[in-house]
Design a protein around this ligand. Structure first.
Ligand SMILES: C[S@@+](CC[C@H](N)C(=O)[O-])C[C@H]1O[C@@H](n2cnc3c(N)ncnc32)[C@H](O)[C@@H]1O
Length: 158
């Protein structure tokens, strides 16, 4: 796990923020929330969360009575994401934790949905991260991996 990685430098952060303004059409966000079955009260984990894009984008679907945990290996991004979340979490249960996707710091079967976006495509062993996401997800829950380019988009229910 790296304490400071390239995603925390100002160029990459700027790129991430700009890209995410246009990455998904609102109808695609709506559609994915519906396919996953996101609903109030759910516990959601976001692995490789960066600044917490998946949190602020999907919070309206599950945040009431639910919880969001963002995990990222950059403690700097975790700090910034925590600050930003004050503007979208509406006083709900939101936390950001520094951690490695190969050893996610959550117990087995703790979340209803684990998600990642543009994480797997940057990993040497993406399947290990998926195994970890499956481990932390309750039986019957959903693991959603959104990636671009070479890495296929995977959705798996177990
Ligand atoms: C392209 S960014 C995507 C951030 C966020 N998911 C989004 O879509 O805005 C990739 C993120 O994965 C994180 N990351 C890379 N390797 C990781 C690892 N081994 N464990 C946890 N996070 C990792 C980086 O710090 C970075 O924030």
């Amino acid at each position: 796990m790296t304490e400071m990685n390239k995603w925390a430098d100002s160029d990459h952060k700027w790129q991430i923020i700009e890209e995410r303004k246009y990455m998904w059409h609102p109808s695609q966000i709506e559609r994915l929330a519906s396919v996953i079955g996101l609903s109030p009260g759910m516990a959601v984990a976001d692995i490789g969360c960066g600044l917490g894009y998946l949190g602020w984008t999907y919070w309206k679907y599950f945040g009431q009575g639910g919880s969001y945990t963002g995990i990222d290996c950059s403690s700097e991004l975790v700090l910034e994401a925590t600050e930003n979340s004050k503007f979208w979490s509406e006083g709900g249960i939101v936390s950001f934790v520094t951690g490695d996707c190969y050893r996610i710091p959550l117990a087995d079967n703790t979340v209803d949905v684990s998600m990642c976006q543009t994480l797997l495509q940057h990993l040497e062993f993406p399947e290990k991260a998926i195994q970890e996401m499956v481990r932390i997800t309750k039986p019957g829950g959903t693991v959603v991996c959104k990636d671009m380019g070479a890495c296929p988009r995977i959705q798996h229910r177990h």
